[in-house]
Design a protein around this ligand. Structure first.
Ligand SMILES: *Cc1c(COP(=O)(O)O)cnc(C)c1O
Length: 400
């Protein structure tokens, strides 16, 4: 018997669940791409995108995914041979560094491992060893979606300031924007990159690069910049065709407009609080399961856990079996573990991830947790009791 028919739930860390309002907004005939409603929507979209990142500076929009945002941001500030320091708390920090290397930068990785956030003290040490300011940019991942580590942006800014170091602080907010609190200007990010398919609840296909005046000054010297990636024509363009260096992503703009309306209506503070409360319900369940069994948090320190995604550890092959079980029997899709093994040294641990970003409420979280509980039971994997009670208590407590 299958119990999976009914509305499925994609609980992976991107793409995230698409609200019906977003899908409805996209379900329409092809619009005029030069004048009319679509063109008139652009200033409001730009304004609201800035509000979501808490910045007064600029944002350039691209047709692309998160990798496009990575490359766009780097191309505007780097020249071949520039030194770049990437702070890695998992696969994504390393990946952004590899992207810089492909552009011709000399990339150094400060690796914080797979179970911890960035350590600003180690960055301070590295900056102190760079008195000539050879490092042009520090690449920082706010939330690494592979490990689910959340790092402290303001502390990284403080380390740069304390060292009097002029390197640009470039922040990957692709997983965390509109999920975990992030304040670009107050926290001192020079560049922020994001995509539309995680906290912004829109199908994959749009990338955003926010940049301040310091970063834009670096754009003058950058020799990696090409016509397509150049952020300058993409802000305050006189024509839609220039904004996107070609045809606009018509339906994505309608979907994004609907998503930004939902975000404005709920309010960013309320959205962050909702993600916090739902994440805490998930953490409460995991703690209970782990009390008598092999399931563990990847990030033990609660202060370093993301509210957008949680990575769990369990000996192989349980992780794969749990994912398969919930997909087959409950209609829930969980994220797979990525980038958690050092090449050449296979580990006994397996990983899976619960995505809890964007269009998500308490009943979805409780349903996902109940599905995992059923999988643990169905597969005979030892686990502590009371996980659903703990999650329900957390939800009830947050509801007040
Ligand atoms: C999803 C993600 C990316 C990559 O985005 P794509 O759209 O898959 O290219 C990069 N960084 C982080 C932190 C992410 O969560």
């Amino acid at each position: 018997m299958s119990l999976s028919n009914g509305r499925e739930y994609l609980a992976i860390p991107g793409p995230s669940v698409m609200p019906d309002a977003v899908l409805r907004a996209m379900h329409r005939a092809a619009p005029n791409i030069y004048t009319g409603q679509l063109w008139e929507m652009v200033p409001g979209i730009v304004r609201d995108l800035k509000a979501v990142a808490r910045t007064e500076h600029q944002v350039a929009m691209y047709i692309g995914n998160g990798h496009a945002a990575w490359e766009a941001a780097l191309a505007n500030v780097l020249s071949r041979g520039d030194k770049v320091l990437t702070l890695a708390t998992g696969r994504f920090g390393k990946g952004w560094g590899e992207c810089a290397a492909r552009l011709g930068a000399e990339v150094e990785v400060l690796d914080f491992g797979l179970r911890a956030p960035t350590d600003p003290a180690r960055l301070a040490e590295r900056l102190a060893a760079d008195p000539d300011h050879a490092i042009k940019a520090v690449l920082f991942t706010h939330v690494d979606t592979a490990t689910s580590a959340l790092s402290d942006t303001a502390a990284i800014r403080a380390a740069l300031d304390a060292a009097g170091h002029p390197a640009l602080l470039m922040v990957d907010c692709i997983a965390s924007l509109a999920c975990d609190r992030f304040e670009m200007d107050a926290w001192g990010a020079d560049v922020t990159v994001a995509g539309c398919q995680k906290g912004l609840m829109t199908p994959p296909g749009m990338a955003f690069v926010y940049f301040n005046t310091r970063a834009d000054a670096a754009r003058d010297r950058a020799d990696c910049v090409t016509g397509y990636w150049d952020w300058r024509p993409r802000v305050d363009a006189a024509e839609m065709y220039l904004y996107f260096f070609g045809t606009a992503p018509t339906h994505h703009l309608y979907g994004l407009r609907a998503a930004l309306d939902m975000i404005a209506e709920e309010g960013l503070e309320a959205i962050w609080a909702r993600h916090d409360a739902l994440a805490r319900a998930i953490w409460a369940a995991i703690e209970a399961w782990g009390a008598a069994g092999p399931l563990e948090f990847n990030i033990e320190d609660e202060g370093a856990r993301s509210r957008a995604v949680t990575t769990l550890r369990i000996p192989k092959p349980h992780a794969q079996k749990i994912r398969g079980w919930v997909e087959d029997h409950t209609g829930l899709t969980l994220g797979l573990g990525i980038g958690m093994e050092e090449p050449g040294s296979p580990s006994a641990m397996g990983y899976f991830r619960i995505g809890h970003m964007g269009h998500l409420n308490a009943q979805m979280v409780l349903g996902a947790l109940g599905s995992v509980e059923a999988a643990l039971t169905g597969l005979g994997i030892p686990h502590g009791r009371g996980a659903l009670d703990a999650a329900a208590e957390a939800i009830a407590g947050a509801a007040g």
